[in-house]
Design a protein around this ligand. Structure first.
Ligand code: KIV
Length: 256
């Protein structure tokens, strides 16, 4: 297994050459497992809120919580690049975005991700101008779920398609090293992939992206409440875990 550390450049170099695998990690043991299979990008995602912290959505995740989990992942010293999500309301202005991003970098992240395109461009520019690698995220934006009333596929009409393309091009032009496309209508995701010079990493956006990212607990079938339609875990590991716990409990005997 290669010991080479991934960088934004090594991720970019894969565009058009090999598919980019990316997974979420929230703690030390999961980061070690992901690193064992050589996944080049580990995202400390704010999906943390639902799959680890028991929140109903990502909007309650705080910067302190993100820092705590970034530190845990960083302690695993993976070869993969560690990217951390800027949580809800932590990037309202360019100044706040930079200070929040710097806190995640100080905690051990090697880059940050935030949700939105043209609307957050000044924030993105201030992060990139400070030399912090930035991963874009457009399409369905989980931090807007309350506002939008649900998780809806994007790019289903010409207006949405045009807006997504404009966002993608603006983020690439600003210097984002890659772009997550979440729940983007597959043909539109494929078109964005063709049109931008940076890698696209899809989630529920079809096979036409340069790479794929999943919430690891969805992939393993251990997400506590809900597994989205675009993930078909090979088995529900949570059932196996419950089985093992049951076997242990049953094995207990009364003290003599
Ligand atoms: O928080 C997260 O896990 C994410 C992925 C869904 C891309 O942003």
């Amino acid at each position: 297994m290669s010991e080479t550390r991934e960088t934004p450049q090594t991720i970019q170099n894969r565009k058009g050459r090999e598919p980019i695998a990316a997974l979420t990690a929230y703690d030390y043991p999961m980061a070690k497992l992901i690193d064992a299979v050589g996944v080049p990008l580990l995202l400390v995602g704010d999906s943390l809120g639902m799959v680890v912290l028991g929140y109903p959505d990502t909007t309650q995740v705080t910067l302190n919580e993100m820092e705590h989990h970034v530190r845990a992942v960083a302690r695993s010293k993976p070869r993969g690049l560690i990217i951390a999500d800027l949580p809800f309301k932590s990037y309202e202005t360019p100044r706040q975005a930079l200070s929040s991003a710097q806190r995640l970098i100080d905690a051990g992240a090697e880059g940050v991700k935030a949700e939105g395109g043209l609307v957050i461009l000044p924030q993105v520019e201030s992060i990139i101008a400070a030399g912090i690698p930035f991963l874009g995220h457009i399409g369905m934006l989980p931090q807007s779920v309350v506002e939008e009333g649900g998780y809806k596929v994007k790019g289903c009409n010409p207006m949405q398609e045009e807006a997504l393309l404009a966002d993608a091009l603006a983020l690439a032009q600003a210097g984002a090293f890659g772009l997550v496309l979440e729940l983007v209508n597959a043909p539109v995701a494929a078109e964005i992939t063709d049109r931008v010079g940076i890698p696209t990493i899809g989630i529920g956006s079809g096979i036409g992206c340069d790479g794929q990212i999943l919430v690891t607990t969805d992939l393993l079938g251990t997400s506590p409440d809900f597994i989205p339609k675009h993930v078909q875990p090979e088995q529900l590991l949570r059932d196996r875990m419950i089985g093992m716990l049951r076997v242990w409990k049953k094995s207990l005997t009364n003290p003599k």
